[in-house]
Write a protein that binds this ligand. Structure first.
Ligand SMILES: Cc1cc2nc3c(=O)[nH]c(=O)nc-3n(C[C@H](O)[C@H](O)[C@H](O)COP(=O)(O)OP(=O)(O)OC[C@H]3O[C@@H](n4cnc5c(N)ncnc54)[C@H](O)[C@@H]3O)c2cc1C
Length: 472
């Protein structure tokens, strides 16, 4: 298809997706992976992995897996052990493993004199080698570089970030404070309940909690492919969730100062059960540390042995100049979170946070890159028209109508329906199958609006049965 050659950095789900899409499109590549095998952070033995022993999928199996290779397991939320097996099988089935150099870390990626990319790697023997490529696909993950906030005062106990958490025995006999109630923070707090002497959780804002199952089915499988308009979905889901899980404020969380889906929802109701049982307590934001004592902003204070920072991760592409990735603030500003506006030959995979994007969503990113590179090789006018659109037309709205919180971690957040339909439409347009439009999204939204009327009625009935008032 093309005589050009590309480098793929990383053999996690995103790198494997890129490798498979390139293989299918006949695009030549070399893969580099710092760890000993494929699977990215799902390989708990990968030194860069932030996985912990109790971790399972948060999104459900059928909405997460690659379409081309469904998982053999019938489990709705498989554990990381099954998932690493899945990625190994995926790589072997499509002969992707042999396309990678393992134990090989990319140290540097920069433009060389010929406007190609010089990629310097270091192998297990410590030797550094530089090779030249026509482009580089960055799939080195987004959840590896810890975000460590600072607090006034000093803490004399142990402080760890969730990236250093592996197993609940780390909490044995300790008084533990978890800071942050994101998905990892809640998972870890639930683990700690059975091991720690005492456990508290400090939060700055309220959260929305989604149960793993609704009506006996994995929640994220309900209403698939029929997105409701944002205000209707927010109205329906807020009331539906409150009818099922109750109001988190009752369990000690602050009232959220934003609407549902304006930040990432927490798929965990065990935490509410444990709060209801008095196994842990919610504390407010931290004012300062003093020895083993933590003072909170409400004037209360408690003593702890261990603080676990569940404070998330920062994007990190340490081997490439920030200007080459068009960094703006906390994240590179990329078309569809993939293409640099200068089309300099760097393409980013997996730099996308969304509720329920799954690995198929990442595969669709890879298909789009492959289609662009194929068009560039065989139909340069079509590729040029795409670049022209990126440079001269407004970029598509990927929020799905939700007003995301202006937090650093939300700077590359998208709505999965808006994102996936835009990526697919762009791929089709580059393939020459259809104009680049998101009319399919518009049609779905119209259908969704009609369905919403029925759903709102159902929610009202459920909420009434649960003795709740339906509220926006
Ligand atoms: C506890 C937990 C639960 C999760 N649950 C879900 C879920 O339910 N659903 C979901 O969709 N996502 C979930 N995720 C998000 C997860 O990030 C994605 O599923 C997926 O792993 C992202 O794949 P990736 O390939 O982009 O990144 P990673 O899996 O992080 O892979 C990146 C790879 O790049 C390699 N690498 C990094 N730097 C270099 C370098 N310089 N040179 C060579 N190689 C390098 C790393 O070794 C790694 O193998 C979860 C994450 C965690 C931590």
């Amino acid at each position: 298809m093309t005589t050009k050659r590309y480098a793929i950095i990383g053999a996690g789900p995103s790198g494997l997706a890129a490798a498979r899409a390139f293989q299918k499109a006949g695009i030549d590549f070399d893969g580099f992976e710092a760890a000993a095998g494929v699977g990215g952070l799902w390989d708990i033995d990968n030194p860069r992995s932030t996985m912990y022993e109790s971790a399972h999928l948060i999104s459900s199996r059928t909405t997460t897996q690659f379409d081309e290779m469904p998982m053999k397991s019938g489990i709705d939320y498989p554990s990381h052990r099954e998932l690493i097996g899945y990625f190994r099988d995926y790589a072997d089935r499509f002969n992707l493993t042999e396309r990678y150099l393992f134990n090989t870390r990319v140290l540097d990626v920069h433009h060389d004199m010929d406007y190609r990319w010089a990629v310097t790697v270091q192998g297990a023997d410590g030797r550094q080698v530089t090779q030249h490529y026509d482009g580089v696909i960055l799939a080195n993950g987004t959840l590896a570089e810890p975000n460590i906030p600072t607090f006034p005062g000093t803490f004399d106990g142990e402080i760890i970030h969730s990236s250093q958490y592996k197993r609940a025995s780390q909490f044995d006999g300790k008084r533990v404070l978890v800071i942050g109630a994101g998905n990892s923070g809640c998972d870890i707090a639930v683990d700690a309940v059975h091991h720690a002497d005492a456990i508290d959780m400090s939060v700055r804002r309220g959260y929305y909690f989604v149960p793993r199952y609704l009506f006996g089915r994995p929640t994220d499988t309900l209403n698939q492919g029929k997105p409701l308009p944002a205000p209707i979905k927010q109205l329906v889901d807020k009331n539906l969730l409150q009818a099922f899980t109750g109001d988190p404020v009752r369990f000690g969380f602050p009232q959220p100062d934003y609407k549902i889906y304006e930040s990432h929802p927490i798929v965990n109701t065990l935490i509410l059960n444990h709060l209801g049982q008095g196994d842990l307590q919610i504390r407010p934001d931290i004012e300062r540390f003093d020895g083993h004592t933590v003072h909170f902003v409400d004037g209360s204070a408690s003593d702890y042995d261990l603080i676990l920072l569940a404070t998330g991760y920062k994007l990190d592409y340490p081997f490439v100049d920030r200007a080459d990735l068009n960094w703006q603030g906390a994240a590179p500003d990329l078309y569809l979170n993939i293409f640099t506006p200068s089309f300099n030959g760097l393409y980013v995979m997996g730099m996308v946070e969304a509720s329920g994007l799954g690995w198929q969503g990442r595969y669709e990113q890879a298909e789009l890159i492959a289609q662009y590179l194929a068009a560039d090789a065989t139909d340069p006018a079509r590729a040029a028209a795409f670049r022209d659109r990126v440079l001269n037309q407004p970029w598509p709205d990927l929020t799905g109508g939700y007003k995301y919180l202006g937090l650093e971690r939300m700077s590359y957040y998208v709505n999965k329906d808006a994102y996936r339909s835009t990526v697919r439409a762009t791929t089709e347009a580059l393939r020459g199958d259809a104009p680049a439009s998101t009319s399919s999204t518009a049609n779905k939204l119209a259908l969704g609006a009609a369905a919403a009327v029925a759903v709102v009625g159902l929610v009202t009935i459920i909420a009434k049965a649960a003795g709740k008032k339906v509220s926006a």
